[in-house]
Ligand binder design. Structure first.
Ligand SMILES: Cc1cc2nc3c(=O)[nH]c(=O)nc-3n(C[C@H](O)[C@H](O)[C@H](O)COP(=O)(O)OP(=O)(O)OC[C@H]3O[C@@H](n4cnc5c(N)ncnc54)[C@H](O)[C@@H]3O)c2cc1C
Ligand code: SF4
Length: 352
């Protein structure tokens, strides 16, 4: 491992000053510049050990007072950036009000990893494209301009939507798929001030800059993730994750589905996001609108799946993802329509 300097500030201001000073020192590429803070370390330290990331200076953010989970005045929740994934998933208010988020987090990684992994770090974990981790192969995300070994290589895990010639990697997080469906907002801060980034604008499609995963600036610290009031979706939601093995594995395809079903049995609003299919959680509000006013029905859900997957392109080894995603969307909407299955295995809001 390469040597690196290490700070462990106790206040946000001190952390921001340290980050700004390091950002000024500048790394040679976006990969080096991008990664300065360490939370759980479950992704960053692996990347450093593999030689993918050469962070010359780490700022450990675990002493910052950012590990709370608090109610917001608008009926939502603010999840602290350094709150652990496990503490978030099992928090009573998250389980009760955002069962979709709780289920998505618990579908990710292993219990040990979820105990270490932080909410902020989960948003910024990097793709699991194996060529990205193999420094002997060309990869535009790791070394801009070097090429893409996945294009024409083994593509089983790769994108079917939103990819570019430069990069066909997928975004790996489960938590982020639920956050996209719930229209979360990412709160960030730097020495230049604070800003709030709507979740749909946080992760990027690769285009010709696959080395840049998000719209976060190198000197910006994620302080929290705000969940707007989503009480109307709590009774009818489901997170369906399809993967190589149940113990733990990244998603081949995942679906976060949430429905608001009125007293007359018709759907008044729907939220759907897909994981494992694109460089960011994939959401199309126009496909969701197809459900408004409809009764829950698999034929209607199939039409929504067609709309969500419009333009999907396979690369041979990942062609199977297109029908798999189609079936998963229908299945997730069907399960959601029957009532949320809680972490205790009971159903909420079961329909007659
Ligand atoms: C074997 C294995 C299996 C896994 N399986 C899954 C899975 O199935 N689903 C899934 O979703 N995830 C999975 N993960 C990934 C895991 O969820 C992530 O590694 C974890 O969420 C990252 O959080 P962290 O706190 O450890 O981040 P770190 O490794 O500490 O940091 C990750 C990145 O975020 C940056 N960062 C961290 N916090 C902040 C902040 N507050 N502000 C700005 N930048 C910040 C760091 O600089 C770094 O670039 C798996 C990981 C492993 C090792
Ligand atoms: S798909 Fe993206 S991450 Fe994978 S090798 Fe190509 S450029 Fe790199």
């Amino acid at each position: 491992m390469n040597p690196f300097a290490y700070d462990r500030p106790a206040t946000v201001d001190a952390a921001l000053r340290a980050i700004a000073a390091n950002a000024d020192a500048g790394g040679a590429t976006a990969n080096q510049n991008e990664i300065r803070m360490v939370a759980g370390g479950t992704n960053l330290l692996d990347l450093m050990k593999e030689g993918v990331t050469l962070a010359p200076h780490l700022v450990d953010i675990n002493r910052l007072p950012l590990d709370g989970i608090e109610e917001t005045p608008g009926g939502g929740l603010l999840l602290g950036a350094t709150a652990r994934n496990a503490d978030t998933a099992w928090h009573p208010l998250v389980e009760q009000r955002y069962p979709l988020l709780s289920a998505a987090i618990l579908a990710g990684a292993s219990p040990q990893l979820r105990n270490m992994a932080s909410n902020g770090g989960n948003l910024l974990q990097r793709t699991r494209c194996w060529y990205f981790y193999d420094v002997a192969t060309p990869c535009n995300k790791r070394a801009p301009g070097s090429g893409c070994a996945a294009n024409g290589g083994i593509t089983r895990q790769h994108a079917i939507l939103g990819a570019s010639e430069q990069c066909i990697a997928t975004h790996p997080s489960d938590m982020c798929v639920a956050l996209a469906a719930l229209e979360a907002v990412v709160h960030v801060q730097s020495v230049r001030g604070r800003r709030a980034i709507p979740f749909a604008e946080f992760h990027r499609l690769p285009g010709d800059r696959p080395d840049v995963d998000t719209t976060l600036a190198p000197d910006e610290l994620i302080t929290g993730i705000e969940l707007p009031d989503a009480a109307r979706f709590a009774r009818h939601s489901a997170y369906l994750k399809l993967r190589e093995r149940l113990s733990y594995a990244f998603a081949l395809v995942s679906v976060a589905a949430a429905l608001d079903i009125g007293a007359d049995g018709t759907i008044t609003a729907a939220r759907i996001a897909l994981g494992g299919v694109a460089h960011k959680p994939w959401r199309l509000p126009e496909a969701e609108r197809l459900l408004e006013g409809a009764r829950p029905d698999d034929a209607v859900f199939a039409g929504v799946a067609d709309a969500l997957l419009q333009g999907a392109v396979g690369r041979g080894a990942n062609d199977f993802k297109i029908p798999l995603a189609h079936n998963a969307i229908v299945r997730a909407l069907h399960v959601a329509s029957q009532g949320t299955v809680t972490n205790q295995g009971t159903r909420q809001g079961e329909r007659e």
